[in-house]
Design a protein around this ligand. Structure first.
Ligand SMILES: [Zn+2]
Length: 301
């Protein structure tokens, strides 16, 4: 049973909105794509975990602080006598282990995910100890991308390759697991220790005046300019989107970037690059937000 679901982090949503509206530096872009890819991989793994039928409590995307160190957990599963800790990687392409280092086939060294897993497991053990729980932790490193290949994989039963995931889930489903109050209490304890503000965020500074205005295609990121009443079309990839949806999506992007700013028709008109008539904006906003004020001074909340 999923107790805590996974959502795009605030950082990812901000970067999503910024990516089409400003030119991110190469490093920022790489960081954003990795973040996005990582999230997509975690969602794929959630899909596998949904097939678990034994009694269990699953908590996704947790952030803790232990001994002044922050650590993030992709998925944690509480079963009767074990805690499963999953570090999920959505790597694509060919990789190999060269002793203690983890490398791409072209020789580029990548942060060793097994070390990251060990660190997380160790910090989680300390956290459990500090809250008085003795249940053993089994850490696993899961590679979810079907286009991932690992050469010289150490015979480490902690590594689950894309071709092992099904078998792993089947094996889990053969285990006996009966949960009681203590397990629920542990999950509540973990949820209350979870931090919502990540100290790791890397959001570049941005200025309203410098951001590109317009409605940006949710599929390819190009500005959408072909507006025809009920729908708006992306000329670049031909994706069509319902006007209401596209407008509300753009307003949400504004909200993510400027959560404290008040929304008015004029502001939304400008933010959307003037593509939607003010009358349409007023109508859609009236249906979805609460209006306060009057006439051109109305704001939407
Ligand atoms: Zn497009």
């Amino acid at each position: 049973m999923f107790l805590k679901n996974r959502y795009e982090s605030e950082e990812l949503r901000v970067l999503n909105a910024l990516n089409s509206r400003m030119d991110l530096a190469e490093k920022e872009k790489q960081y954003y794509f990795n973040l996005k890819k990582g999230f997509e991989g975690e969602v794929v793994f959630d899909g596998h975990l949904k097939r678990i039928v034994i009694q269990s409590l699953i908590l996704s995307d947790l952030l803790f602080e232990q001994n002044h160190s922050h650590f993030q957990i992709d998925s944690l599963m509480i079963s009767q006598s074990l805690i499963y800790l999953f570090e999920v990687k959505n790597f694509e392409g060919e990789y190999y282990f060269d002793g203690e280092t983890f490398k791409k086939i072209n020789g580029t060294e990548v942060k060793n995910p097994l070390l990251q897993l060990e660190r997380n497991a160790s910090l989680l053990r300390q956290l459990f100890k500090s809250i008085g729980y003795k249940i053993p932790i089994e850490p696993y490193l899961v590679f979810v991308n079907p286009d991932f290949t690992l050469y010289q994989a150490p015979l480490n039963k902690r590594i689950i390759l894309p071709t092992n995931i099904n078998r792993f889930i089947l094996q889990m489903n053969h285990q006996r697991s009966i949960l009681n109050n203590q397990h629920s209490r542990l999950s509540e304890r973990l949820l209350s220790s979870h931090l919502t503000k990540s100290p790791f965020t890397k959001i570049p500074p941005y200025e309203y005046a410098e951001l590109r205005k317009g409605v940006f295609c949710h599929s390819c990121g190009t500005v959408m300019e072909e507006y025809r009443g009920r729908e708006i079309t992306c000329e670049s990839c031909s994706v069509k989107e319902n006007t209401k949806k596209a407008l509300l999506r753009s307003v949400k992007e504004f909200n993510i970037l400027y959560p404290l700013e008040k929304l008015s028709t004029n502001l939304i008109y400008e933010w959307c690059g003037g593509v939607f008539p003010k009358k349409t904006i007023r109508q859609v906003m009236k249906e979805n937000y609460i209006i306060s004020g009057y006439g051109q001074w109305s704001i939407y909340e």
